[in-house]
Design a protein around this ligand. Structure first.
Ligand SMILES: Cc1cc2nc3c(=O)[nH]c(=O)nc-3n(C[C@H](O)[C@H](O)[C@H](O)COP(=O)(O)O)c2cc1C
Length: 382
């Protein structure tokens, strides 16, 4: 089986992506896609519309499931603000995707995926089961797992659910996002991942008051504060993995066709993940005001910091995870040592007025490639 790599690419991503068969098409074959591009699960951004549009254009899209820690059930507004989903809202997004993908046969594979945070699933095993089962019942083609202390139970759950279906040659492809070669080895050797996403973030600062250098490429949203830039990490991971390893995709600061070609042909990735490029698409669930900020921002406006989670009070992420977003007053306050309570209070005051000089706008260093709000289709052709 082979995908046709010539024709669909010639008009894509600013005409840069005109490669005839990148060096490996394995994950394209696995996911039955033409373009080696995944649009990742992005909490608060990736619903059924964005995921379906990415897949309809020849790439592959994921709905972000997150989970629903009970404090979110108590404070309904958090559900939309933080992008976490209830099982019901996940089903709603899956139904939307089915409609947009015009799936007639409920037994057929649904050519999108759903992405989960491991640390959120850890909070409540029975809710975790419910959330995973929603995706499996919809026959999604892939499940993406990230930011977990131990992803084993979820991998086992998915494989077990798949077992009776394997006679019908059905298998849910498990994609695991990693931020070090040690994590990549675990994903491949112990978890038998079908696809590994290497998320480069470039080392972030650990102390206040120290200016952060901005070089290399860095992921938007959350990532490991210890992970190097994507090209460095990719080289390390490729050197560490055994022969015959699953497809390795690169994520972090990649925003153009030129990036796709370079990362595949020069750096040996099998494909790319682009999140920030799709934040300001019409299908994205990002609020309009955030989309407008994204369209104006350049790489140097982004910063990797713990300030965003401190300000909004989401400090229960696993160790060493921080996030990249647009620099704002919350970051300035955090950097100059404003105490936690004041930072939180200022953030909460900014919620009703949607003051994005206080609220987080996650974005990666590829943000400069996004200059207007367009559909996913147009974004594939710009
Ligand atoms: C707004 C936003 C939300 C994100 N949410 C998630 C998520 O829910 N799960 C996840 O594994 N990664 C998430 N990510 C990270 C992406 O998986 C991916 O690593 C990143 O977008 C790649 O970098 P780029 O944004 O520079 O393209 C998010 C990224 C952004 C920008």
């Amino acid at each position: 089986m082979s995908a046709d790599f010539q024709t669909p690419f010639t008009q894509l991503f600013g005409m840069y992506y005109t490669q005839d068969k990148p060096h490996s098409a394995t994950h394209c074959v696995l996911l039955e896609i033409q373009i080696p591009l995944l649009v990742p699960p992005m909490a608060g951004v990736s619903g059924g519309a964005l995921a379906a549009a990415a897949s309809n254009e020849g790439g592959f899209g994921y709905i972000a499931a997150g989970s629903y820690p009970f404090f979110i059930l108590l404070t309904g507004s958090y559900t939309s603000r933080l992008g976490y989903r209830t099982p019901e809202s996940l089903l709603h997004e899956l139904d939307l995707a089915k409609e947009l993908l015009q799936r007639q046969d409920p037994a057929a594979k649904l050519p999108i995926g759903v992405g989960y945070f491991g640390w959120e699933l850890d909070k409540d095993p029975s809710k975790a089961t419910q959330m995973l089962q929603s995706a499996l019942n919809s026959n999604v083609q892939s499940i993406w797992l990230s930011f977990g202390n131990d992803l084993r139970p979820y991998v086992e759950f998915i494989r077990k659910a798949d077992a009776p279906r394997e006679t019908h040659s059905r298998k849910t492809l498990i994609a695991i996002q990693v931020s070090s070669s040690a994590e990549a080895l675990t994903a491949v050797n112990e978890l038998n991942a079908d696809v590994v996403i290497v998320q480069g973030t470039l080392l972030s600062r650990h102390t206040n008051l120290r200016p952060q250098p901005l070089t290399g490429n860095e992921s938007g949203g959350h990532g490991s504060s210890k992970s190097p830039a994507v090209r460095t990490l990719l080289a390390e991971v490729l050197a560490a993995l055994p022969p015959g390893h699953p497809p390795i995709l690169a994520a972090g600061g990649l925003g153009s066709g030129r990036d796709i070609v370079e990362i595949i042909t020069t750096h040996g990735a099998d494909g790319v993940v682009m999140g920030t490029r799709f934040l300001a698409t019409t299908e994205s669930l990002y609020p309009e005001a955030k989309k407008a900020r994204i369209c104006e921002a350049k790489a140097e406006d982004t910063v990797r910091s713990l300030a965003f989670d401190f300000a909004r009070g989401t400090t229960d992420w696993p160790k060493d995870i921080d996030g990249r977003g647009l620099r704002n007053q919350s970051v300035e306050d955090y950097d100059t040592g404003v105490d936690y309570q004041r930072l939180r209070a200022a953030y909460d005051q900014a919620v009703p007025t949607k003051d994005f000089n206080r609220l987080e706008v996650w974005a990666g260093t590829g943000v400069g490639h996004v200059t207007k709000i367009v559909s996913v289709r147009v974004s594939f052709h710009l």
